[in-house]
Write a protein that binds this ligand. Sequence first.
Ligand SMILES: [Zn+2]
Ligand SMILES: [Zn+2]
Length: 327
Amino acid sequence: MEFLQTLFDEIIGFLGISQALEILRSGDFSSFTTYEGIVSLIYPIIPLLIILELILGLIYKKPQTKVYKVNFLIYVFNRFIGRFIAIAMVALCIGLFQQYAPFQTTMKWYWIVYGYVVWELGHFVYHYLGHKVRLFWCLHSTHHAPEDMNLSVTHAHFFLEAPYADTIRTTICILLGVHPELLFLIMFIDGTYGAFIHVGENLLKNGRLGFLNKIILTPSHHRVHHAKNPLYMDTNFCNLLNIWDRVFKTYQEEKHDIKIEYGITREMDSGNFMDVYFGEIVALAKDVWRAPGLANKFLYLIMPPGWNHTGEHKTAKVARKSYLESM
Ligand SMILES: [Zn+2]
Ligand SMILES: [Zn+2]
């Protein structure tokens, strides 16, 4: 029976409904109008959409079994470890760096806007490095392995990626004066919206969200980010506000005549958990092992994926350049 109870708790945890259940049990429905109450209602939205999307996939006979299977395994694998290390890193960064901030934000609307812009900068830095530094790509590539797009891709992460991402994002925010209270609010909004932009075509065919596509980052932009087409690779690193992509010239819209091909360019088996999770680490280890001299071995760690010591680079930048020249 204990096993059944654990399973039940895990399902409740995945659905994110424990807080809402508590309020329902207490009978004090007015709690739903408090901040905690509103959060408790927003949490379950993504898990419920994942289930709806899965059902629609079965109805449309586009089940995307591979993606769901591997992402479910990853979810179970990451369930405990990654999350706790990430929380510890956030606490550590706040403790270390808050004293150096020149000022502190409050909960005024303009500070919230400021905090979000700073958070997006932190997100851009972490995400850009995740694509441009091979060692960090080992942490991030699990998220790019799926060859279809649906909300379960939200859970496809190497367990050390969240600690790595949160260390960079928290440090930048705290040093630039974002108060921890505001930081947690932004993290919540960002986490929920960041999950939503993985909505697949089974649930939302056109991910452009109408006029919003011109103003914010939409599922369409993030689909482009997950594409391996030469024009699309290594673009749209932001999450909700895509100002930094525009500033650093990594902004790319989805073109009507270029169909998105999801996944990464390496030969791989996206249905194999081991390959999805550890494949890039193995590939990097092989390159480092074979590279002549210490300097080359080190360069493989810090240069972009596709960099080669012979000078025959196959980086995203090279692929995009030769694609644009062939047009
Ligand atoms: Zn990415
Ligand atoms: Zn993504």
